[in-house]
Design a protein around this ligand. Structure first.
Ligand code: C2E
Ligand code: CA
Ligand code: CA
Length: 526
């Protein structure tokens, strides 16, 4: 139910939630696809790293076997052992050279034959090595200073040892092949040695993102590390691709949410604004409920009852929107609108002079200085029909009066209008008000009529009200008469008017015109 105090802030901020509802799914989509793309890249990098590690381990396993064989050759003179070294080096893939060492000096090499070089020569590429710290990757060897290699060495207690140089080309080819999987940069490091890198390596560090590191412990005691990086642009590209895939969905969700937020916002519009808009849009109309005179046996008047039909959400109960309009200070505007609608409807009627038109007037309107002018204007506009306008006011209006209501009533009654106390008996009216206020009718609330028992039982409170009214010289209108025995009961007690479904339901003006032309009296009342 609409309530007061729902006015929202400046229009510029009003649709902020709508904008947020639209933008939020896009932001979530951007964030989520970023994570997704990152994750996918990392997974691929992980696969790439594992491929490199497995392949590298295979090469190193062969190299270790070879190292065992080379180290086992010594001791012996180089010319004696060289043929074996050369054969093994030539027939097996991967090896640049196989060499024998004695007391830290290389004395025999499959590539150079008999030599006398210090093992420390290797230390130029790039770190000092000692036989017990092998294997490791190096940036170059004395034979090929610019080409990386993997060195494996084994020393024996007798001072002899073997050295195996694995050509880094194999590792590099492997790294290059795997790098194409995802525009990766790869490097492999064995021990604390120099990294062997894929050809794609070389972008500035600020432009690459480390994606994955795979490490494994080699049986030789050194760690094998594979690092995978990717250029930042590759990540951004992967992200924008998945973003493109999910963007339409995010847009749809955003549009749906924004629409929902917009509707919510529209509903939250101040109730006043809604009423004003509804009046402008012509959503209000009036139903007329005939009032039957027992004296004449005819319909002698109607009560105008307001109806609000909201497009899309159907009718709003009058007691609900009337109460809300009263709470929001809109009831006067709404009643003026009602009067205007009645004026329009009444032009089509064929009712005689003095036909009663009952109009409900709320307390605030009754005690406002503008009431008399409003009603005078109304009376002037329906003058062609010369109806008798009856203001239906509540007991509450009388109690809360500070004088203005009384002045209004006096002024209007002086001009020939009538006043009815509506829903009599349901409010907290002190009977003294009835003496103080000059009124014409008592409308007995339907609750008392419904208290009439079907089998001719008594309804003492109803009887008391009817008696009271006649003593005060007020005509009684009984509301909510639905069945024959209620009608009979009221008729027997001299009630002047009845209103209720038994006689007729409230109906739109067109229907009322037809109904009125058709005789306008119930069979049972005849
Ligand atoms: P109310 O002034 O007491 O109006 C009579 C109500 O009783 C109407 O309900 C009417 O439809 C209903 N009614 C008529 N005959 C019978 C019957 O035989 N049995 C039963 N059970 N009900 C019957 P409605 O139209 O829903 O209006 C409810 C209330 O809303 C009205 O009570 C009145 O207080 C207020 N209201 C309606 N229109 C206006 C208006 O234009 N201005 C103001 N200020 N209040 C209005
Ligand atoms: Ca009424
Ligand atoms: Ca009533």
């Amino acid at each position: 139910m609409p309530t007061s105090g729902m006015t929202v802030g400046a229009p510029s901020w009003r649709y902020l939630p709508v904008a947020l509802a639209l933008v939020l799914p896009l932001l979530v989509c951007a964030g989520w696809t970023w994570l997704y793309a990152n994750n996918a890249q990392r997974q691929e990098a992980g696969i790439a790293a594992r491929i490199v590690r497995v392949q590298a381990e295979r090469i190193f396993a062969q190299s270790r076997d070879m190292l065992e064989r080379v180290a086992a050759l010594a001791p012996g003179a180089c010319p004696d052992l060289l043929p074996d070294l050369q054969r093994w080096g030539a027939l097996n893939p991967y090896f640049r050279s196989l060499a024998l060492a004695r007391n830290s000096r290389v004395y025999c090499s499959s590539a150079l034959g008999e030599v006398d070089a210090s093992i420390d020569d290797f230390s130029r590429w790039p770190v000092r090595i000692s036989p017990d710290s092998w294997p490791r990757t190096v940036a170059g060897t004395p034979l090929a200073p610019d080409r990386p290699a993997v060195l494996l060495g084994k020393s024996r207690p007798d001072g002899y040892g073997g050295i195996v140089e694995v050509d880094g080309r194999y590792v590099q080819d492997l790294l290059d092949a795997v790098a194409t999987m995802g525009d990766f940069q790869l490097e492999l490091i064995v021990g604390k040695g120099a990294p062997i890198r894929s050809e794609s390596w070389g972008r500035p560090a600020s432009h690459v993102v480390p994606l994955y590191q795979e490490t494994a412990d080699e049986p030789g005691g050194a760690a094998l590390t594979v690092n995978v990086m990717a250029p930042a642009e590759a990540l951004v590209q992967a992200w924008s691709q998945s973003m493109l895939t999910y963007l339409p969905v995010a847009l749809l969700i955003g549009a749906g949410l924004a629409l929902g937020a917009y509707r919510l916002q529209a509903n939250r519009q101040s109730f006043k604004e809604q009423l004003r808009r509804a009046m402008r849009a012509g959503e209000f109309h009036v139903h007329y409920q005939p009032i039957y005179s027992l004296a004449s046996g005819r319909c002698e008047g109607v009560e105008a009852l307001m109806r609000w039909e909201r497009p899309g959400s159907g009718p709003v109960r009058p007691d609900v929107f009337i109460a809300a309009a009263e709470a929001d200070g809109m009831i006067i505007a709404l009643t003026r609108h009602l009067l205007m609608l009645i004026e329009r409807d009444a032009r089509t009627w064929a009712t005689p002079a003095d036909f009663h038109i009952g109009v409900n007037v709320a307390a605030e309107h009754l005690s406002s200085a503008g009431l008399v002018a409003d009603i005078q204007a109304f009376v002037a506009n329906v003058a062609a029909r010369r109806p008798l306008v009856v203001l239906e006011i509540t007991e509450h209006s009388l109690i809360s009066d500070n004088g203005q209501a009384r002045r209004n009533i006096d002024a209007l009654r002086a001009e020939g209008l009538r006043v009815a106390i509506d829903d009599f008996g349901t409010g907290h009216c002190s009977l003294s008000y009835l003496q103080k206020f000059p009124v014409d009718y008592l409308k007995i609330d339907k609750g008392f009529v419904q208290a009439i028992e079907p089998a001719g039982g008594e309804a003492p409170v109803l009887d008391a009200i009817i008696t009271l009214a006649s003593r005060l010289g007020l005509a009684v209108v009984a509301e909510g008469v639905e069945v024959q025995y209620q009608f009979d009961y009221l008729k027997a007690r001299g009630v002047a008017f009845v209103q209720g479904y038994f006689f007729a339901r409230p109906m739109p003006s067109v229907e009322f015109v037809r109904w009125y032309a058709g005789g306008a009296q119930p069979d049972a009342a005849a």
